[in-house]
Design a binder for this molecule. Structure first.
Ligand code: AMP
Length: 460
């Protein structure tokens, strides 16, 4: 079993850790990228999320790091990640695959005190995993010297581009020794991304495991016709969740953070075991929620796009797009949370009449027509009947906001790595509505419901 990994040139310590993780063979990206990394070549890796991309750089880095040792404030390797969650996840990967190594792995992300991070840097970091902003903050405070970096990893480069991090990355590259190895990973490859590779890499080896921008074959994708009223959308969403017999857990994506909060309140009222994840939450709440979702305490995660990329949440059975994403590439990343590493998964997207052009852009990008689920022919008025009339009358029609402006507003907030300390409101489930959540599809399975009277935190 271990031969599959050792024949790639990985050290015995790494192969042993990989076996302990239960992997029997390398994934395609690992098979292709690892030998190049071990030969110290620059590498461009194009791989869909969930293909084992993280291990494709973590495993050979561990092998290479076995020679040499770190000096105070001079990290030997640097991994740049666009979000705190991704950085934390790569850190977890080093813990998992580095069980046989005594390496000092430092995580520099916003929302964590500078003092604690300085202590780790002072000890000398073999691996430094950072978001670009926080890394530059440390550098400017004189706590960090970057001229000892032997390997630079730029992960999720397309996301970095979207979030406006490229100038920071250019600055960071100018502080690193020119004779370094650079590994560059992106889930998608646009012309803009190829231009970046020519600036940051030297004679790179290109490895590509999936066709440009395609979604994994293991994901069953369906569209759900919806009206534009939020209450209708929520009702359709609940019905679909209740009708999915094989639903184990789910991520529901919203385009706007405030809709994440509204939907969470509604799902909680309907007694679903749900939590929220978005860019305005403080770091601790984000990590706590993610940990609960990973260990199964939370069954439904309602998220903004900050959660869409690269997060390694094994066995997510379903993804729901409560809103069709405005940027077609976000669709690929969102639904990539399911059907990971060859497993099967389902992705449902609610489509309102105003979403037609965004849907077309997605279908053009993935070169595929997405099928409608069986409610295609359903009259939208029919779905309105699921909502009690009294409630419909009370609800004011939501103001129609300009979707583009909101999207760029959303991007701007998500891109911010500065923690925003917002007060969390606590909703007591005891006070939750007693109305039936069951829609047309029968009762909500018990495991999707909240256990009695646990307080649910909502970031306001
Ligand atoms: P990633 O694309 O790095 O987010 O990895 C996706 C998932 O695949 C993670 O849960 C990894 O633990 C898992 N994984 C990575 N490499 C392998 C492998 N060789 N065999 C099975 N699972 C793997």
């Amino acid at each position: 079993m271990s031969e599959n990994f050792s024949k790639l040139g990985l050290s015995a310590k790494v192969v042993q850790a990989v076996n302990a993780a239960g992997y029997t063979e390398p994934t395609e990206i690992q098979e292709q990228a690892i030998p190049h990394v071990l030969q110290k070549s620059d590498v461009i890796g194009i791989a869909q999320t969930g293909t084992g991309k993280t291990a494709s750089f973590v495993l050979p880095m561990l092998t290479l790091l076995e020679k040499g040792r770190a000096r105070a404030r001079m990290p030997r390797t640097l991994i740049l990640e666009p979000t705190r969650e991704l950085a934390a996840q790569v850190h977890e990967n080093f813990e998992k695959y580095g069980i046989n190594h005594k390496l000092n792995v430092a995580l520099l992300i916003g929302g964590v005190s500078f003092g604690d991070q300085n202590k780790i840097l002072d000890k000398g970091a073999d691996v430094l995993i950072a978001t670009p902003g926080r890394l530059l903050d440390h550098f400017e405070r004189g706590k960090l010297l970057m001229n000892g970096v032997e390997i630079l990893v730029i992960d999720e480069a397309d996301r970095m581009l979207d979030m406006g991090f490229i100038p920071d990355i250019e600055r960071i590259c100018s502080l690193l020794p020119p004779r370094r190895q650079t590994l560059f990973f992106s889930a998608t490859m646009s012309n803009e991304i190829s231009k970046l590779t020519s600036r940051f890499l030297k004679n790179p080896q290109k490895v590509e495991t999936a066709k440009k921008n395609l979604t994994a074959q293991t994901i069953e994708q369906r569209l759900l016709k919806a009206g534009s009223k939020p209450a209708e959308k929520r009702s359709i969403l609940r019905d679909q969740i209740n009708s999915e017999a094989d639903l184990n857990n789910a991520i529901i994506f919203c385009n706007r953070k405030r809709d994440v909060a509204t939907l969470l309140r509604s799902m909680t009222r309907h007694k679903f075991n749900a939590g929220a994840l978005h860019g305005d939450m403080d770091q601790k709440s984000r990590m706590d929620t993610l940990a609960k979702f990973k260990n199964g305490d939370l069954k439904i995660l309602i998220a903004s796009d900050v959660a869409a990329r690269g997060l390694d949440i094994p066995n997510v059975s379903h993804v729901f797009n409560y809103d069709i994403p405005i940027h077609a590439e976000d669709y690929v990343h969102r639904i990539g949370r399911t059907g990971r590493a060859g497993r099967s998964g389902k992705a449902f997207s609610l489509v309102t009449p105003a979403d037609t052009k965004y849907l077309e852009a997605i279908e053009t990008l993935i070169v595929k027509k997405i099928e409608w689920a069986n409610n295609k022919e359903k009259n939208i008025a029919e779905t309105s009947d699921n909502i009690p009339k009294a409630k419909q009358a009370k609800k004011p029609t939501p103001k129609h906001n300009n979707q583009k402006n909101e999207a760029s507003d959303h991007k701007k907030h998500e891109a911010s790595n500065k923690p925003k300390h917002k007060k969390a409101a606590v909703i007591n489930n005891n006070a939750a509505s007693k109305s039936s959540p069951f829609g047309n599809f029968g009762p909500t399975p018990a495991f999707l419901l909240q256990s009695a009277a646990k307080p649910v935190k909502i970031e306001k």
